[in-house]
Design a protein around this ligand. Structure first.
Ligand code: 1GP
Length: 268
């Protein structure tokens, strides 16, 4: 298929254009439970200086909408980069963001996290004029908040073909991004072998996050085929370290063939 039957929204187009220009995208995740609004504003400014391309806001145990509102407003007061909701439940849906990752936690054991919250939140997304970006979300590793809260049956890292099947199913269902999640603060990131196997099978951009603490890990993920790198904990602990992540990522993206090309050239 050569043409899109719908128009991508502003934020999704921005992400795709950044991918085309730079060969990768970096998103900074802020958990409103970890940092208050004024610290977030300061961190957002620093993150932009260090080369991040946008912000995600959310956390597995953020139960109050007000926390999302405050965090998003704080970031928007200092930066024009897009702010994307990274929802854990319907309480994450804030009218102040630009877009929302309209995600399905594909390996959850609970209907709620696969489709229920999406149904219950749909009219809010429309009413608030949030740009929905459909994302297939798969969780690896059990010892994380996202696995516990989302009742995920974590995918084994030793079976990359399984991850590839989930990712391809997401693409075939029409989701436009696939997110391979190790969980915030994970001991180690998603292994490159898993990313490489998923890359061979899917055309949609791959988001990789969780446990990325060094430029080296970010570069390995990109060389294996990741398009969007997410870091959260690292920025909360040491924002200067973000410069290393974006620097290594830039170099890795130059080294590889653009993973995004099939998606860009042929449309969805
Ligand atoms: C978690 O993928 C994100 O949802 C980021 O994880 O906090 O470990 O960077 P970290």
């Amino acid at each position: 298929m050569k043409t899109l039957s719908f128009r991508l929204g502003k934020t999704e187009s921005y992400l795709i254009n950044r991918l085309r220009e730079k060969g990768f995208v970096h998103l900074t995740l802020f958990d409103p439970e970890v940092k208050d609004a004024s610290s977030l504003a300061e961190l957002a400014e620093k993150s932009e200086e260090m080369g991040t391309d946008g912000f995600m806001v959310g956390g597995s145990t953020v139960y109050f909408r007000e926390m999302m509102d405050e965090a998003i407003r704080a970031i928007k007061s200092v930066s024009n980069l897009p702010v994307i909701i990274f929802p854990s439940n319907i309480t994450s849906v804030s009218p102040h963001a630009d877009a929302i990752f309209y995600m399905s936690l594909l390996n959850s054991l609970e209907w709620w996290f696969i489709l229920g919250a999406q149904i219950h939140g749909a009219l809010m997304v429309k009413e608030y004029r949030l740009e929905p970006i459909p994302v297939g979300y798969v969780v690896f590793k059990g010892e994380t908040s996202v696995a516990a809260v989302g009742r995920a049956f974590p995918l084994p890292e030793s079976k990359p073909n399984l991850a590839a099947s989930y990712a391809l199913a997401a693409q075939l269902l029409g989701m436009r991004l696939i997110y391979l999640e190790a969980g915030s603060g994970a001991e180690s990131p998603i292994p490159p072998d898993v990313i490489r196997t998923v890359r061979r099978v899917v055309d949609i951009p791959i988001i990789v996050g969780g446990g990325i603490k060094s430029g080296q890990s970010a570069a390995e993920a990109i060389l294996a085929g990741a398009d969007i790198i997410v870091t959260g904990t690292l920025v909360e602990q040491d924002p200067q370290k973000l410069a290393e992540i974006t620097d290594y990522s830039r170099r890795a993206a130059r080294e590889r063939e653009p993973a995004i090309s099939r998606y860009i050239d042929e449309g969805l």
